[in-house]
Design a protein around this ligand. Structure first.
Ligand code: PEP
Ligand code: MG
Length: 587
Protein backbone atom coordinates (compact mmCIF):
# COMPACT_ATOMS: atom_id res chain seq x y z
CA UNK A 1 0.00 0.00 0.00
CA UNK A 2 1.20 3.52 -0.75
CA UNK A 3 2.23 5.02 2.63
CA UNK A 4 1.36 8.52 1.34
CA UNK A 5 -2.16 7.54 0.35
CA UNK A 6 -4.73 9.68 2.13
CA UNK A 7 -7.54 7.78 3.74
CA UNK A 8 -11.02 7.90 2.34
CA UNK A 9 -13.65 9.89 4.25
CA UNK A 10 -17.40 9.54 3.61
CA UNK A 11 -19.64 12.48 4.46
CA UNK A 12 -23.42 12.38 4.36
CA UNK A 13 -25.25 15.51 3.27
CA UNK A 14 -28.53 16.26 1.52
CA UNK A 15 -28.96 15.18 -2.11
CA UNK A 16 -29.72 18.41 -3.96
CA UNK A 17 -29.02 17.85 -7.65
CA UNK A 18 -28.73 14.44 -9.26
CA UNK A 19 -25.60 13.13 -10.87
CA UNK A 20 -22.13 11.90 -10.04
CA UNK A 21 -19.00 13.98 -10.28
CA UNK A 22 -15.38 13.21 -9.62
CA UNK A 23 -12.68 15.84 -9.52
CA UNK A 24 -10.56 18.18 -7.47
CA UNK A 25 -11.98 20.61 -4.94
CA UNK A 26 -12.21 24.29 -5.64
CA UNK A 27 -12.43 25.55 -2.09
CA UNK A 28 -14.26 28.83 -2.02
CA UNK A 29 -13.94 30.72 1.25
CA UNK A 30 -14.59 34.30 2.13
CA UNK A 31 -12.34 34.25 5.19
CA UNK A 32 -9.03 36.08 5.50
CA UNK A 33 -5.82 34.45 4.33
CA UNK A 34 -3.27 33.20 6.81
CA UNK A 35 0.23 34.02 5.63
CA UNK A 36 3.07 31.96 7.12
CA UNK A 37 6.33 33.77 8.00
CA UNK A 38 9.68 31.98 7.82
CA UNK A 39 13.28 32.50 6.73
CA UNK A 40 14.35 31.03 3.40
CA UNK A 41 17.69 29.15 3.35
CA UNK A 42 20.33 31.13 1.42
CA UNK A 43 20.75 28.29 -1.11
CA UNK A 44 17.00 28.36 -1.89
CA UNK A 45 16.74 32.09 -2.53
CA UNK A 46 17.00 31.92 -6.32
CA UNK A 47 14.26 29.29 -6.36
CA UNK A 48 12.13 31.50 -4.10
CA UNK A 49 12.31 34.38 -6.61
CA UNK A 50 11.46 31.95 -9.42
CA UNK A 51 8.44 30.82 -7.39
CA UNK A 52 7.31 34.44 -7.18
CA UNK A 53 7.77 34.97 -10.95
CA UNK A 54 5.82 31.81 -11.63
CA UNK A 55 2.96 32.92 -9.35
CA UNK A 56 2.76 36.21 -11.23
CA UNK A 57 2.52 34.35 -14.54
CA UNK A 58 -0.19 32.00 -13.23
CA UNK A 59 -2.17 34.91 -11.79
CA UNK A 60 -1.90 36.77 -15.09
CA UNK A 61 -3.26 33.72 -16.92
CA UNK A 62 -6.09 33.36 -14.40
CA UNK A 63 -7.10 36.99 -14.83
CA UNK A 64 -7.07 36.71 -18.64
CA UNK A 65 -9.37 33.69 -18.46
CA UNK A 66 -11.73 35.47 -16.08
CA UNK A 67 -11.72 38.50 -18.34
CA UNK A 68 -12.85 36.44 -21.32
CA UNK A 69 -15.57 34.84 -19.22
CA UNK A 70 -16.88 38.06 -17.74
CA UNK A 71 -17.03 39.63 -21.20
CA UNK A 72 -19.08 36.65 -22.31
CA UNK A 73 -21.38 36.47 -19.26
CA UNK A 74 -21.70 40.11 -18.30
CA UNK A 75 -20.32 42.94 -20.42
CA UNK A 76 -17.09 44.35 -21.79
CA UNK A 77 -17.49 47.27 -19.46
CA UNK A 78 -17.49 45.00 -16.44
CA UNK A 79 -14.49 43.10 -17.82
CA UNK A 80 -12.44 46.32 -18.03
CA UNK A 81 -11.72 46.19 -14.32
CA UNK A 82 -9.42 43.26 -15.04
CA UNK A 83 -7.24 45.45 -17.27
CA UNK A 84 -6.48 47.43 -14.13
CA UNK A 85 -5.66 44.17 -12.34
CA UNK A 86 -3.25 43.12 -15.08
CA UNK A 87 -1.54 46.50 -14.73
CA UNK A 88 -0.94 45.89 -11.04
CA UNK A 89 0.77 42.61 -11.93
CA UNK A 90 3.06 44.47 -14.29
CA UNK A 91 3.83 47.23 -11.80
CA UNK A 92 7.63 47.21 -11.65
CA UNK A 93 7.71 49.30 -8.48
CA UNK A 94 5.61 46.78 -6.55
CA UNK A 95 7.48 43.75 -7.92
CA UNK A 96 10.94 45.33 -7.67
CA UNK A 97 10.40 46.44 -4.08
CA UNK A 98 9.17 42.97 -3.12
CA UNK A 99 12.33 41.38 -4.48
CA UNK A 100 14.57 43.97 -2.81
CA UNK A 101 12.76 43.40 0.49
CA UNK A 102 13.23 39.65 0.08
CA UNK A 103 16.96 40.01 -0.67
CA UNK A 104 17.36 42.19 2.42
CA UNK A 105 15.22 40.27 4.91
CA UNK A 106 15.51 36.69 3.64
CA UNK A 107 11.88 36.14 4.66
CA UNK A 108 9.58 34.01 2.50
CA UNK A 109 8.26 35.77 -0.59
CA UNK A 110 4.60 35.75 0.56
CA UNK A 111 5.53 37.79 3.62
CA UNK A 112 7.62 40.26 1.60
CA UNK A 113 5.03 40.66 -1.14
CA UNK A 114 2.23 41.12 1.37
CA UNK A 115 4.21 43.73 3.36
CA UNK A 116 4.98 45.83 0.30
CA UNK A 117 1.47 45.45 -1.17
CA UNK A 118 -0.14 46.49 2.14
CA UNK A 119 2.05 49.62 2.16
CA UNK A 120 0.84 50.48 -1.34
CA UNK A 121 -2.79 49.78 -0.43
CA UNK A 122 -2.53 52.02 2.62
CA UNK A 123 -0.86 54.82 0.67
CA UNK A 124 -3.40 54.74 -2.18
CA UNK A 125 -6.41 54.55 0.10
CA UNK A 126 -5.34 57.76 1.87
CA UNK A 127 -5.09 59.80 -1.35
CA UNK A 128 -7.83 62.36 -1.84
CA UNK A 129 -8.63 61.29 -5.38
CA UNK A 130 -11.35 58.80 -6.21
CA UNK A 131 -9.53 57.23 -9.15
CA UNK A 132 -6.37 56.59 -7.13
CA UNK A 133 -8.37 55.30 -4.18
CA UNK A 134 -9.92 52.70 -6.48
CA UNK A 135 -6.38 51.57 -7.34
CA UNK A 136 -6.08 50.48 -3.71
CA UNK A 137 -8.98 48.07 -4.24
CA UNK A 138 -7.32 46.71 -7.40
CA UNK A 139 -4.02 46.11 -5.61
CA UNK A 140 -5.87 44.44 -2.73
CA UNK A 141 -7.69 42.08 -5.08
CA UNK A 142 -4.58 41.19 -7.06
CA UNK A 143 -2.50 40.72 -3.90
CA UNK A 144 -5.03 38.21 -2.66
CA UNK A 145 -4.94 36.32 -5.93
CA UNK A 146 -1.13 36.15 -6.01
CA UNK A 147 -1.05 35.01 -2.38
CA UNK A 148 -3.63 32.32 -3.12
CA UNK A 149 -1.47 31.02 -5.94
CA UNK A 150 1.69 31.11 -3.81
CA UNK A 151 -0.01 29.36 -0.89
CA UNK A 152 -2.15 26.98 -2.93
CA UNK A 153 -5.10 28.08 -0.84
CA UNK A 154 -8.81 28.56 -1.30
CA UNK A 155 -10.24 31.01 -3.78
CA UNK A 156 -12.05 34.17 -2.77
CA UNK A 157 -14.28 34.58 -5.78
CA UNK A 158 -16.21 32.08 -7.84
CA UNK A 159 -15.02 33.87 -10.96
CA UNK A 160 -11.61 32.31 -10.20
CA UNK A 161 -13.10 28.98 -11.22
CA UNK A 162 -11.68 28.44 -14.66
CA UNK A 163 -10.70 24.80 -14.70
CA UNK A 164 -13.05 21.86 -14.25
CA UNK A 165 -13.39 21.59 -10.47
CA UNK A 166 -15.89 20.79 -7.74
CA UNK A 167 -16.96 23.93 -5.90
CA UNK A 168 -16.85 23.53 -2.13
CA UNK A 169 -18.24 26.46 -0.16
CA UNK A 170 -19.90 27.23 3.11
CA UNK A 171 -22.86 28.62 1.20
CA UNK A 172 -23.47 30.09 -2.24
CA UNK A 173 -25.77 33.01 -2.78
CA UNK A 174 -28.19 32.88 -5.73
CA UNK A 175 -26.31 35.68 -7.48
CA UNK A 176 -23.01 33.84 -7.06
CA UNK A 177 -24.69 30.69 -8.35
CA UNK A 178 -26.04 32.54 -11.36
CA UNK A 179 -22.48 33.61 -12.20
CA UNK A 180 -20.99 30.09 -12.12
CA UNK A 181 -19.42 28.96 -15.36
CA UNK A 182 -21.30 25.75 -16.11
CA UNK A 183 -18.52 24.37 -18.25
CA UNK A 184 -16.08 24.62 -15.33
CA UNK A 185 -18.24 23.49 -12.39
CA UNK A 186 -18.21 19.70 -12.10
CA UNK A 187 -20.19 19.71 -8.88
CA UNK A 188 -21.34 21.93 -6.04
CA UNK A 189 -20.97 21.14 -2.34
CA UNK A 190 -22.06 23.44 0.46
CA UNK A 191 -21.89 23.19 4.23
CA UNK A 192 -25.24 24.98 4.51
CA UNK A 193 -28.39 24.88 2.39
CA UNK A 194 -31.30 22.59 1.68
CA UNK A 195 -32.98 21.03 -1.36
CA UNK A 196 -34.98 24.16 -2.11
CA UNK A 197 -32.38 26.86 -1.53
CA UNK A 198 -32.15 29.02 -4.61
CA UNK A 199 -28.53 28.18 -5.33
CA UNK A 200 -29.52 24.52 -5.50
CA UNK A 201 -32.33 25.27 -7.94
CA UNK A 202 -29.75 26.95 -10.17
CA UNK A 203 -27.45 23.91 -9.88
CA UNK A 204 -30.29 21.63 -10.88
CA UNK A 205 -31.15 23.77 -13.88
CA UNK A 206 -27.51 23.60 -14.95
CA UNK A 207 -27.47 19.81 -14.45
CA UNK A 208 -24.57 20.08 -12.02
CA UNK A 209 -24.55 17.38 -9.32
CA UNK A 210 -24.90 18.97 -5.88
CA UNK A 211 -24.87 17.93 -2.25
CA UNK A 212 -25.73 20.46 0.44
CA UNK A 213 -25.85 20.44 4.23
CA UNK A 214 -22.39 18.87 4.50
CA UNK A 215 -21.85 20.63 7.88
CA UNK A 216 -18.12 21.35 8.10
CA UNK A 217 -16.82 19.98 4.81
CA UNK A 218 -15.02 23.26 4.05
CA UNK A 219 -12.96 22.73 7.20
CA UNK A 220 -12.24 19.07 6.52
CA UNK A 221 -10.78 19.33 3.05
CA UNK A 222 -8.05 21.29 1.33
CA UNK A 223 -8.08 23.02 -2.02
CA UNK A 224 -7.25 20.45 -4.68
CA UNK A 225 -8.36 17.38 -2.70
CA UNK A 226 -9.98 14.68 -4.83
CA UNK A 227 -13.71 14.31 -4.28
CA UNK A 228 -16.51 12.07 -5.41
CA UNK A 229 -19.94 13.73 -5.40
CA UNK A 230 -22.98 11.51 -5.31
CA UNK A 231 -25.91 13.84 -5.99
CA UNK A 232 -28.35 10.91 -5.93
CA UNK A 233 -27.80 9.89 -2.32
CA UNK A 234 -26.28 13.10 -0.97
CA UNK A 235 -22.89 11.57 -0.27
CA UNK A 236 -19.45 13.14 -0.59
CA UNK A 237 -16.35 10.97 -0.56
CA UNK A 238 -13.04 12.66 0.11
CA UNK A 239 -9.97 10.92 -1.37
CA UNK A 240 -11.93 7.97 -2.77
CA UNK A 241 -10.06 4.70 -3.00
CA UNK A 242 -9.66 2.72 -6.22
CA UNK A 243 -12.40 0.45 -4.98
CA UNK A 244 -14.82 3.39 -4.50
CA UNK A 245 -13.95 4.79 -7.92
CA UNK A 246 -14.74 1.43 -9.44
CA UNK A 247 -18.00 1.15 -7.50
CA UNK A 248 -19.10 4.62 -8.62
CA UNK A 249 -18.16 3.83 -12.18
CA UNK A 250 -20.68 0.98 -12.00
CA UNK A 251 -23.31 3.16 -10.26
CA UNK A 252 -22.89 5.85 -12.89
CA UNK A 253 -23.37 3.30 -15.62
CA UNK A 254 -26.56 2.01 -14.01
CA UNK A 255 -27.87 5.53 -13.45
CA UNK A 256 -27.09 6.41 -17.05
CA UNK A 257 -29.05 3.43 -18.26
CA UNK A 258 -31.94 4.38 -15.92
CA UNK A 259 -31.78 7.92 -17.28
CA UNK A 260 -31.79 6.72 -20.86
CA UNK A 261 -34.87 4.67 -19.97
CA UNK A 262 -36.47 7.88 -18.73
CA UNK A 263 -35.33 9.77 -21.81
CA UNK A 264 -37.08 7.19 -24.01
CA UNK A 265 -40.38 8.98 -23.26
CA UNK A 266 -39.04 12.44 -24.06
CA UNK A 267 -40.89 12.74 -27.37
CA UNK A 268 -44.06 10.99 -26.19
CA UNK A 269 -47.14 12.71 -24.71
CA UNK A 270 -47.51 13.12 -20.94
CA UNK A 271 -50.61 11.00 -20.75
CA UNK A 272 -51.74 8.67 -17.99
CA UNK A 273 -52.67 5.03 -18.66
CA UNK A 274 -56.34 6.01 -18.33
CA UNK A 275 -55.94 8.61 -21.06
CA UNK A 276 -55.65 11.91 -19.19
CA UNK A 277 -53.17 14.39 -20.70
CA UNK A 278 -51.20 16.40 -18.15
CA UNK A 279 -49.60 19.74 -19.00
CA UNK A 280 -45.92 19.81 -18.08
CA UNK A 281 -44.10 23.09 -18.22
CA UNK A 282 -40.59 24.32 -17.45
CA UNK A 283 -39.09 26.58 -14.80
CA UNK A 284 -36.34 28.81 -16.13
CA UNK A 285 -34.08 31.54 -14.88
CA UNK A 286 -32.37 32.83 -18.02
CA UNK A 287 -33.14 33.31 -21.72
CA UNK A 288 -30.47 30.79 -22.74
CA UNK A 289 -32.59 28.02 -21.17
CA UNK A 290 -35.10 28.25 -24.04
CA UNK A 291 -33.09 25.53 -25.77
CA UNK A 292 -33.55 23.21 -22.77
CA UNK A 293 -37.30 23.88 -22.72
CA UNK A 294 -37.46 22.73 -26.33
CA UNK A 295 -35.07 19.82 -25.83
CA UNK A 296 -37.23 18.40 -23.04
CA UNK A 297 -40.45 19.14 -24.95
CA UNK A 298 -42.08 21.23 -22.23
CA UNK A 299 -45.47 22.81 -22.94
CA UNK A 300 -43.93 26.26 -22.54
CA UNK A 301 -42.71 27.89 -19.35
CA UNK A 302 -44.71 27.73 -16.12
CA UNK A 303 -42.29 29.86 -14.10
CA UNK A 304 -39.73 32.31 -15.39
CA UNK A 305 -37.90 33.70 -12.36
CA UNK A 306 -37.10 37.19 -13.68
CA UNK A 307 -35.02 38.11 -10.65
CA UNK A 308 -31.95 36.38 -12.08
CA UNK A 309 -31.70 39.19 -14.60
CA UNK A 310 -31.45 41.56 -11.66
CA UNK A 311 -29.13 39.34 -9.60
CA UNK A 312 -26.48 38.91 -12.24
CA UNK A 313 -25.78 42.59 -12.73
CA UNK A 314 -24.52 45.31 -10.45
CA UNK A 315 -26.90 47.70 -12.18
CA UNK A 316 -30.69 47.59 -12.34
CA UNK A 317 -31.74 46.36 -15.79
CA UNK A 318 -33.53 49.03 -17.83
CA UNK A 319 -36.94 48.54 -19.46
CA UNK A 320 -35.19 47.92 -22.78
CA UNK A 321 -32.83 45.31 -21.30
CA UNK A 322 -35.71 43.54 -19.60
CA UNK A 323 -37.85 43.70 -22.72
CA UNK A 324 -35.02 42.20 -24.79
CA UNK A 325 -34.62 39.26 -22.35
CA UNK A 326 -38.36 38.60 -22.04
CA UNK A 327 -38.95 38.90 -25.77
CA UNK A 328 -36.16 36.42 -26.50
CA UNK A 329 -37.91 33.81 -24.37
CA UNK A 330 -41.45 34.58 -25.48
CA UNK A 331 -40.67 34.76 -29.20
CA UNK A 332 -38.36 31.76 -28.93
CA UNK A 333 -41.14 29.59 -27.54
CA UNK A 334 -44.22 31.02 -29.31
CA UNK A 335 -46.99 29.89 -29.58
CA UNK A 336 -46.31 28.00 -26.32
CA UNK A 337 -47.19 30.05 -23.22
CA UNK A 338 -44.58 31.66 -20.99
CA UNK A 339 -45.53 32.54 -17.41
CA UNK A 340 -43.39 35.46 -16.36
CA UNK A 341 -43.17 36.01 -12.65
CA UNK A 342 -42.59 39.56 -11.48
CA UNK A 343 -39.50 40.36 -9.45
CA UNK A 344 -39.04 38.14 -6.39
CA UNK A 345 -36.06 39.62 -4.58
CA UNK A 346 -35.54 39.74 -0.83
CA UNK A 347 -35.35 36.62 1.31
CA UNK A 348 -32.13 34.94 0.21
CA UNK A 349 -31.98 36.97 -3.00
CA UNK A 350 -30.50 40.44 -2.52
CA UNK A 351 -30.78 43.21 -5.10
CA UNK A 352 -27.19 44.05 -6.07
CA UNK A 353 -28.28 46.91 -8.37
CA UNK A 354 -29.82 48.84 -5.48
CA UNK A 355 -29.04 47.23 -2.09
CA UNK A 356 -30.66 50.15 -0.22
CA UNK A 357 -34.11 49.27 -1.56
CA UNK A 358 -34.41 46.34 0.81
CA UNK A 359 -31.54 47.00 3.21
CA UNK A 360 -30.53 44.75 6.10
CA UNK A 361 -33.41 42.92 7.73
CA UNK A 362 -33.56 40.78 10.87
CA UNK A 363 -35.93 38.35 9.21
CA UNK A 364 -35.55 38.64 5.43
CA UNK A 365 -37.84 35.72 4.48
CA UNK A 366 -40.63 37.56 6.26
CA UNK A 367 -39.43 40.96 5.16
CA UNK A 368 -39.71 43.27 2.20
CA UNK A 369 -39.72 40.47 -0.35
CA UNK A 370 -41.19 40.10 -3.85
CA UNK A 371 -44.55 41.84 -4.43
CA UNK A 372 -44.19 43.78 -1.18
CA UNK A 373 -41.01 45.44 -2.39
CA UNK A 374 -42.52 46.04 -5.83
CA UNK A 375 -45.65 47.71 -4.46
CA UNK A 376 -43.46 50.02 -2.38
CA UNK A 377 -41.50 50.96 -5.50
CA UNK A 378 -44.18 51.50 -8.15
CA UNK A 379 -41.84 52.98 -10.77
CA UNK A 380 -39.48 50.01 -10.58
CA UNK A 381 -42.48 47.66 -10.73
CA UNK A 382 -44.11 49.45 -13.65
CA UNK A 383 -40.84 49.39 -15.58
CA UNK A 384 -40.95 45.61 -15.33
CA UNK A 385 -44.67 45.42 -16.11
CA UNK A 386 -44.16 47.50 -19.28
CA UNK A 387 -41.29 45.27 -20.37
CA UNK A 388 -43.42 42.15 -19.81
CA UNK A 389 -46.42 43.67 -21.59
CA UNK A 390 -44.27 44.62 -24.57
CA UNK A 391 -42.93 41.06 -24.74
CA UNK A 392 -46.54 39.80 -24.76
CA UNK A 393 -46.87 41.18 -28.29
CA UNK A 394 -44.40 38.51 -29.48
CA UNK A 395 -46.15 35.34 -28.32
CA UNK A 396 -48.25 34.13 -25.39
CA UNK A 397 -47.39 35.66 -22.05
CA UNK A 398 -48.98 35.05 -18.69
CA UNK A 399 -48.09 37.30 -15.81
CA UNK A 400 -47.75 36.01 -12.27
CA UNK A 401 -47.26 37.74 -8.91
CA UNK A 402 -45.11 36.12 -6.19
CA UNK A 403 -45.72 36.18 -2.44
CA UNK A 404 -49.32 37.35 -2.52
CA UNK A 405 -50.75 37.30 1.00
CA UNK A 406 -54.12 39.01 0.51
CA UNK A 407 -56.57 40.54 -1.97
CA UNK A 408 -55.33 44.07 -1.38
CA UNK A 409 -51.98 43.28 -2.99
CA UNK A 410 -53.74 41.93 -6.08
CA UNK A 411 -55.87 45.08 -6.27
CA UNK A 412 -52.85 47.35 -5.99
CA UNK A 413 -50.91 45.34 -8.56
CA UNK A 414 -53.86 45.53 -10.95
CA UNK A 415 -53.96 49.35 -10.68
CA UNK A 416 -50.26 49.54 -11.56
CA UNK A 417 -50.69 47.06 -14.41
CA UNK A 418 -53.49 49.22 -15.84
CA UNK A 419 -51.25 52.29 -15.55
CA UNK A 420 -48.45 50.44 -17.36
CA UNK A 421 -50.86 49.50 -20.15
CA UNK A 422 -52.05 53.12 -20.46
CA UNK A 423 -48.44 54.30 -20.67
CA UNK A 424 -47.70 51.87 -23.48
CA UNK A 425 -50.87 52.90 -25.33
CA UNK A 426 -49.74 56.50 -25.10
CA UNK A 427 -46.35 55.54 -26.51
CA UNK A 428 -48.07 53.56 -29.26
CA UNK A 429 -46.36 50.30 -28.23
CA UNK A 430 -48.10 46.97 -28.76
CA UNK A 431 -49.06 44.45 -26.09
CA UNK A 432 -51.55 41.64 -25.54
CA UNK A 433 -54.57 43.32 -23.93
CA UNK A 434 -55.91 39.90 -22.89
CA UNK A 435 -52.77 38.76 -21.07
CA UNK A 436 -53.81 36.40 -18.28
CA UNK A 437 -52.76 37.26 -14.74
CA UNK A 438 -52.12 34.63 -12.08
CA UNK A 439 -51.37 34.47 -8.39
CA UNK A 440 -48.70 32.40 -6.74
CA UNK A 441 -50.04 30.64 -3.70
CA UNK A 442 -47.05 30.30 -1.41
CA UNK A 443 -48.10 32.01 1.81
CA UNK A 444 -50.54 30.19 4.13
CA UNK A 445 -52.89 33.20 4.26
CA UNK A 446 -53.27 33.04 0.46
CA UNK A 447 -54.07 29.33 0.67
CA UNK A 448 -56.76 29.98 3.25
CA UNK A 449 -58.43 32.74 1.23
CA UNK A 450 -58.06 30.99 -2.13
CA UNK A 451 -61.77 31.63 -2.82
CA UNK A 452 -61.28 35.40 -2.46
CA UNK A 453 -58.10 35.51 -4.54
CA UNK A 454 -59.69 33.35 -7.24
CA UNK A 455 -62.22 36.12 -7.93
CA UNK A 456 -59.39 38.47 -8.80
CA UNK A 457 -57.13 36.45 -11.07
CA UNK A 458 -57.03 33.97 -13.97
CA UNK A 459 -54.97 31.09 -12.52
CA UNK A 460 -53.18 29.80 -9.44
CA UNK A 461 -49.64 28.52 -9.30
CA UNK A 462 -48.57 26.94 -6.04
CA UNK A 463 -45.03 27.66 -4.87
CA UNK A 464 -44.52 24.66 -2.63
CA UNK A 465 -40.98 25.71 -1.69
CA UNK A 466 -42.20 28.74 0.17
CA UNK A 467 -45.62 27.35 1.05
CA UNK A 468 -44.04 24.49 3.02
CA UNK A 469 -41.45 26.84 4.53
CA UNK A 470 -44.12 29.19 5.86
CA UNK A 471 -46.68 26.52 6.70
CA UNK A 472 -44.27 24.49 8.83
CA UNK A 473 -42.05 27.42 9.89
CA UNK A 474 -38.98 25.70 8.44
CA UNK A 475 -36.37 27.99 6.89
CA UNK A 476 -35.89 26.46 3.43
CA UNK A 477 -32.15 27.27 3.47
CA UNK A 478 -31.28 25.87 6.90
CA UNK A 479 -29.64 22.43 6.73
CA UNK A 480 -30.09 21.77 10.47
CA UNK A 481 -33.85 21.63 10.16
CA UNK A 482 -34.01 20.37 6.59
CA UNK A 483 -35.23 16.97 7.83
CA UNK A 484 -38.37 18.69 9.15
CA UNK A 485 -39.19 20.12 5.72
CA UNK A 486 -41.72 17.45 4.89
CA UNK A 487 -44.10 17.52 1.93
CA UNK A 488 -45.89 14.49 3.48
CA UNK A 489 -46.99 16.52 6.51
CA UNK A 490 -50.79 16.38 6.77
CA UNK A 491 -50.91 20.20 6.94
CA UNK A 492 -49.21 20.37 3.53
CA UNK A 493 -51.47 17.78 1.95
CA UNK A 494 -54.67 19.33 3.30
CA UNK A 495 -53.56 22.80 2.21
CA UNK A 496 -52.75 21.64 -1.33
CA UNK A 497 -56.20 20.07 -1.57
CA UNK A 498 -57.86 23.23 -0.31
CA UNK A 499 -56.04 25.39 -2.87
CA UNK A 500 -56.96 23.03 -5.72
CA UNK A 501 -60.60 23.00 -4.62
CA UNK A 502 -60.90 26.77 -4.26
CA UNK A 503 -59.28 27.30 -7.66
CA UNK A 504 -61.54 24.76 -9.33
CA UNK A 505 -64.67 26.18 -7.68
CA UNK A 506 -63.92 29.39 -9.57
CA UNK A 507 -63.01 27.43 -12.74
CA UNK A 508 -59.33 28.34 -12.50
CA UNK A 509 -56.49 26.04 -13.51
CA UNK A 510 -54.21 25.20 -10.61
CA UNK A 511 -50.58 24.40 -11.20
CA UNK A 512 -47.59 23.67 -8.97
CA UNK A 513 -44.24 25.27 -9.81
CA UNK A 514 -42.30 24.54 -6.61
CA UNK A 515 -39.66 21.79 -6.50
CA UNK A 516 -42.31 19.24 -5.47
CA UNK A 517 -43.67 19.35 -9.04
CA UNK A 518 -40.37 18.10 -10.45
CA UNK A 519 -40.01 15.31 -7.95
CA UNK A 520 -41.54 12.27 -9.66
CA UNK A 521 -41.99 10.77 -6.22
CA UNK A 522 -44.69 13.32 -5.30
CA UNK A 523 -46.26 13.78 -8.72
CA UNK A 524 -49.04 11.13 -8.29
CA UNK A 525 -50.04 12.72 -4.98
CA UNK A 526 -50.23 16.19 -6.56
CA UNK A 527 -52.26 14.96 -9.52
CA UNK A 528 -54.52 12.94 -7.24
CA UNK A 529 -55.18 16.05 -5.16
CA UNK A 530 -56.46 17.75 -8.30
CA UNK A 531 -53.44 19.72 -9.53
CA UNK A 532 -53.90 20.40 -13.26
CA UNK A 533 -50.41 21.38 -14.39
CA UNK A 534 -46.84 20.91 -13.22
CA UNK A 535 -43.86 23.14 -13.88
CA UNK A 536 -40.30 22.08 -13.16
CA UNK A 537 -36.61 22.37 -13.99
CA UNK A 538 -36.47 21.18 -17.62
CA UNK A 539 -34.02 18.36 -16.92
CA UNK A 540 -36.56 16.73 -14.57
CA UNK A 541 -39.29 16.48 -17.21
CA UNK A 542 -38.44 12.96 -18.47
CA UNK A 543 -38.70 11.37 -15.01
CA UNK A 544 -42.06 13.03 -14.34
CA UNK A 545 -43.38 12.10 -17.76
CA UNK A 546 -42.20 8.52 -17.38
CA UNK A 547 -44.16 8.17 -14.17
CA UNK A 548 -47.29 9.83 -15.57
CA UNK A 549 -47.23 7.38 -18.48
CA UNK A 550 -46.94 4.49 -16.03
CA UNK A 551 -49.88 5.42 -13.79
CA UNK A 552 -53.64 5.84 -13.87
CA UNK A 553 -55.12 9.10 -12.66
CA UNK A 554 -57.87 7.09 -10.94
CA UNK A 555 -55.17 5.32 -8.87
CA UNK A 556 -53.53 8.65 -8.03
CA UNK A 557 -56.91 9.92 -6.79
CA UNK A 558 -57.16 6.90 -4.54
CA UNK A 559 -53.62 7.56 -3.28
CA UNK A 560 -54.54 11.18 -2.47
CA UNK A 561 -57.69 10.05 -0.66
CA UNK A 562 -55.65 7.62 1.46
CA UNK A 563 -53.01 10.28 2.12
CA UNK A 564 -55.66 12.77 3.24
CA UNK A 565 -57.02 10.22 5.67
CA UNK A 566 -53.58 9.45 7.07
CA UNK A 567 -52.43 11.19 10.26
CA UNK A 568 -48.83 10.03 10.40
CA UNK A 569 -46.52 11.68 7.83
CA UNK A 570 -44.21 8.64 7.85
CA UNK A 571 -47.09 6.40 6.79
CA UNK A 572 -48.11 8.89 4.10
CA UNK A 573 -44.54 8.87 2.85
CA UNK A 574 -44.62 5.07 2.75
CA UNK A 575 -47.85 5.11 0.72
CA UNK A 576 -46.38 7.56 -1.77
CA UNK A 577 -43.16 5.57 -1.96
CA UNK A 578 -44.95 2.29 -2.65
CA UNK A 579 -46.99 3.92 -5.44
CA UNK A 580 -43.83 5.34 -6.99
CA UNK A 581 -41.70 2.20 -6.73
CA UNK A 582 -44.39 0.02 -8.23
CA UNK A 583 -44.72 2.23 -11.31
CA UNK A 584 -41.02 2.99 -11.74
CA UNK A 585 -40.18 -0.67 -11.18
CA UNK A 586 -37.69 0.22 -8.46
CA UNK A 587 -36.95 -2.48 -5.92
C1 PEP B 1 -41.73 28.39 -4.60
O1 PEP B 1 -41.65 29.08 -3.58
O2 PEP B 1 -42.13 27.20 -4.60
C2 PEP B 1 -41.35 28.95 -5.91
C3 PEP B 1 -41.58 28.31 -7.02
O3 PEP B 1 -40.68 30.14 -5.91
P1 PEP B 1 -39.15 30.32 -5.48
O4 PEP B 1 -38.55 28.97 -5.32
O5 PEP B 1 -38.51 31.12 -6.56
O6 PEP B 1 -39.28 31.08 -4.20
MG1 MG C 1 -41.38 31.21 -3.77
Amino acid sequence: MDPNAKSEVVIQGIAASKGIAYGQAFLYLQSELEIPRYTVDPDKRIAEIARFDQALVVTRQQISKIQVQVTKNLSEEEALIFDAHQMVLEDQALIGETIRDFEKSGLNIETCFNNIAQRYIQAFSEIDDEYLRERAADIKDVTKRVLHVLLGQAATSLTELVEKRIIVAHDISPSEAAGIDRSAALGILTDAGSRTSHAVIVARSMKIPAVVGTSDLTKRIKNGDWLMVDGYDGVVIVNPTEHTLFRYGAIQKAKKSFESRLMSVNDLPAETLDGVAITLRANIEKPDEVALVKQYRADGVGLYRTEFLFLSSMKMPTEEQQYAAYREIVAGLAPAPVTIRTLDVGGDKPLPGDPQLIGPEANPFMGLRAIRMCLENPELFKTQLRAILRASAHGRVELMYPMISGTDELDRARVLLEEAKAELKKRGQAFDAKMRVGTMIEIPSAAIIGDLLAEKCDFFSIGTNDLIQYLLAIDRGNNRIAHLYDPSHPAVIRTLKQIADSGHAAKLKVSVCGEMAGDAFYVPLLLGLGIDELSMTPTLLPSVKFLIRAMKLSDAKKLAKDALAQTDPKKTHALVEAFYNERMMVE
